[in-house]
Write a protein that binds this ligand. Structure first.
Ligand SMILES: Cc1cc2nc3c(=O)[nH]c(=O)nc-3n(C[C@H](O)[C@H](O)[C@H](O)COP(=O)(O)OP(=O)(O)OC[C@H]3O[C@@H](n4cnc5c(N)ncnc54)[C@H](O)[C@@H]3O)c2cc1C
Length: 436
């Protein structure tokens, strides 16, 4: 009998599989898609692999960089400057630097001062406790005032959480701000973001190869249908091809899928906790263009009238030469799955987006588009509300030898590749300790 079944070959599952095979355990990783990688899967853009969802690293992503070093890929991470903007009050503004704040007219002077002082204090704060049981809305209205909330924070939170923007816990925003501040200071040269030459898929491939060379298996195109367990017997993992017994099971898929395949095994409290954690979905449209669209790498949209939340022009950060000269523009949209746009056809989505793209760049014409790709992720961003820490499902289930490591458990940091690595490593350590 094999030792460990890992459900999901995203970064969490692959990292856990790599560590466990490295420690001598017999591991099988099951992946529903034809390729491993999960949210860092790629597609071909002008001859170069490119992430379906825009990705970069911060200098604080130490665990990811350490793993990349171990796999001989640290030198492939390029730390490059990036330019950030915001669409507010019907025009583009630079954003994210002290000078840009001074020039940002939508926020009055009194608002600027409160925004700057409080952001500095948030960057320096070490203890999550004061931010855990209060919404970002309440905290920011008290410490930064109505203007900063209305002009900057509410639109930014709406981008990610839609109608739940007002319910998000301050701890989520605080951790993002403090890590971003540390990441900026650390490079000493303003903001530098990390990208892996040849795409982050390279690390995925190295992990998969490491699992195979350690005697493990990564079974792609093999969705797990159900996990079963006889009282004192082993687990059985059921797929279309049959069932296989395992001593332990690590689930790394989104919570809803976890409940679908293993929910019947869980005690009621654990089931309820997992069902209470909600995520937004992501709809990501990638346009390959024959010319540049805007001057920024990252543009936040602070206008609730727009049908999308952000634009990321990847080739304002990574040279377009790699993509055959094509400019890559991601149109980012976090939304709930019952939003009609999430289920709309690619043509309908693009039709909805075109007028807003034209507002940002009035010269923009659909004839610039050389290729369009649409990607949908049903669970993309956990919705972190006050008291969230009490509802996080545990790594070790009450069912012996059943483990869970997924995005919803990452706290207080926002989810990201770095934390997927941490989570995979923690899960592997726990399983190894329990198996002996
Ligand atoms: C729009 C977007 C932008 C992002 N940008 C960044 C960024 O800039 N920097 C950064 O570091 N991170 C970023 N992230 C986050 C990062 O991609 C994730 O944190 C990380 O990839 C999560 O890995 P995971 O393995 O936990 O989950 P996933 O990648 O979701 O992996 C889960 C895997 O399980 C598989 N699966 C599901 N059900 C089954 C089943 N029944 N049987 C078998 N397999 C199954 C799925 O196909 C998937 O491959 C972004 C995410 C999104 C959505």
């Amino acid at each position: 009998m094999d030792d460990v079944a890992i459900i999901g070959a995203g970064l969490t599952g692959l990292t856990a599989g790599f560590r466990l095979t490295g420690a001598g355990y017999r591991v099988v990783v099951y992946e529903r898609h034809p390729e491993p990688g999960g949210l860092v899967r790629t597609f071909d853009a002008g001859g170069e692999p490119l992430e379906q969802y825009y990705h970069h690293l911060f200098t604080t992503d130490e665990s990811y960089v350490a793993l990349a070093r171990e796999l001989g890929l640290a030198d492939s991470i390029e730390w490059l400057p990036s330019r950030m903007g915001i669409w507010s009050g019907g025009r583009l503004w630079d954003f994210g630097t002290p000078l840009s704040l001074l020039r940002f007219q939508p926020l009055p002077w009194s608002g600027k001062l409160r925004f700057a002082l409080s952001t500095l204090a948030l960057q320096r704060a070490q203890d999550p406790a004061p931010f855990e049981d209060v919404t970002a809305r309440e905290w920011l209205l008290e410490h930064q005032g109505e203007a900063a909330w209305r002009t900057i924070w509410a639109p930014l939170l709406q981008q990610k959480f839609g109608e739940k923007a007002g319910e998000i816990a301050m701890v989520w925003l605080w951790r993002k701000i403090s890590l971003r501040g540390r990441s900026r200071n650390r490079s000493g040269m303003g903001e530098r973001l990390g990208y892996m030459h040849g795409s982050f898929e390279r690390l995925v491939r190295r992990l998969s190869a490491g699992i195979a060379s350690g005697g493990g298996e990564v079974l792609v195109d093999t969705p797990v249908l159900r996990i079963e367990k006889e009282s004192d017997g082993p687990f059985t993992v059921e797929t279309k091809g049959g069932a296989r017994p395992f001593r332990s099971v690590l689930v790394t898929v989104p919570l809803e899928e976890h409940l679908r395949i293993a929910g019947h095994l869980l005690p009621e409290a654990e089931h309820r906790a997992a069902a209470a954690c909600v995520s937004t979905a992501a709809l990501c449209t990638v346009l390959e263009l024959d010319r540049p669209f805007m001057p920024y790498y990252w543009l936040n949209i602070a206008d609730p009238g727009f049908p999308f939340g952000g634009l990321i022009e990847h080739t304002n950060y990574i040279e377009p030469r790699r993509y055959g000269g094509r400019r890559i523009l991601y149109v980012s949209n976090y939304l709930f799955r019952d939003d009609p746009l999430y289920g709309a056809s690619p043509e309908e989505v693009l039709d909805r987006y075109l007028p807003s793209l034209r507002r940002i760049n009035p010269a923009f014409d659909p004839s610039w588009i050389l290729g369009v790709h649409h990607f949908r992720a049903p669970s993309a961003q956990p919705v972190v509300v006050p008291g969230y820490r009490h509802t996080i499902p545990p790594l070790r289930s009450a069912v012996p030898n059943l483990y869970l490591a997924c995005m919803a458990q990452i706290y207080p940091e926002d989810r990201g590749q770095n934390y997927a690595v941490v989570s995979g490593e923690n899960a592997a350590a726990a399983i190894a300790a329990d198996l002996g």
